[in-house]
Design a protein around this ligand. Sequence first.
Ligand code: NAD
Length: 294
Amino acid sequence: MTTVAFIGLGNMGNPMAANLVKAGHAVHGFDLMPEHLETARSNGVTVMANAIAAAKDADVVITMLPAGKHVLSVYEDIAPKVKKGALLIDSSTIDVDSARKAHAIAAAHGLLSVDAPVSGGTGGAAAGTLTFMAGGAQAAFEKAEPVLQPMAGRIVHCGDAGAGQAAKICNNMILGISMIGVAEAFVLAEKLGLSHQALFDVASTSSGQCWSLTSYCPVPGPVPNSPANRDYQPGFAAALMLKDLKLSQEAAQQAGAVTPLGAEATQLYALYSALGHGGTDFSGIIKFLRGQPA
Ligand code: NAD
């Protein structure tokens, strides 16, 4: 049995921590929101008074927080206090620069660390089928892998510090761009009098095939469990897509990569969110492309 500290028990963190409890680990949890602590307690997590109290006796500390500034602030607090030999895993989606700073804080205290953002959403978190994209030294990854296992469908070691975050934002930039591409094709098909099903039947077995079309179709009908069939209830909220696209553009700027479609996708999701649709599924962008008010 490993003692795992879990800091950040929100929509993702709570179901992930619950899977660690089910796997037989002792989980010491902390979140700033009392209602999230209540849920954690009911899932078998031992609730602690603050992040340091949660982390100090842990073999592994997992953070699942909103953004880089939260992760760095928690790392500054806990790194001097954790046990010698403890491993720090950050599964939040944050900018590559902050991820590398978090690794540097850990290293300065002689600790191994892994950035391990996830894809799979709240459904994957509950089912224990998340994909983890890990960055960090081989020794850190080998230590992290068995702890991540009960929460994971797949775990990929992407490279050194920050490589997990890099993989995550590259993947989600593809997703944002491809969803807009698929949605535009359906809007054009509507104008041309082509049925949704006809376009789906052709494109899903032709060169236009992609995940946004075949697993997450932005119109109701062809893929019965896609959010389009439930009035675009998320799923993956447009605000989170916008967050990840912004991270991709920050990284592109810093690295000198040219990503014009990533930039355009960021603008479109920013407009869609500014119109009040940040809480709806990101595939709802099709309504915006049609010029529909809601
Ligand atoms: P959330 O807002 O539901 O949870 C974040 C939690 O962190 C909140 O409960 C908040 O109270 C807590 N928190 C903030 N600062 C803290 C601190 N200093 N100490 C302790 N707790 C603190 O967000 P979420 O949906 O669980 O997402 C968490 C991370 O996972 C984000 O980086 C997000 O981008 C990423 N992610 C989310 C999804 C998704 O579908 N929700 C999918 C993949 C990745």
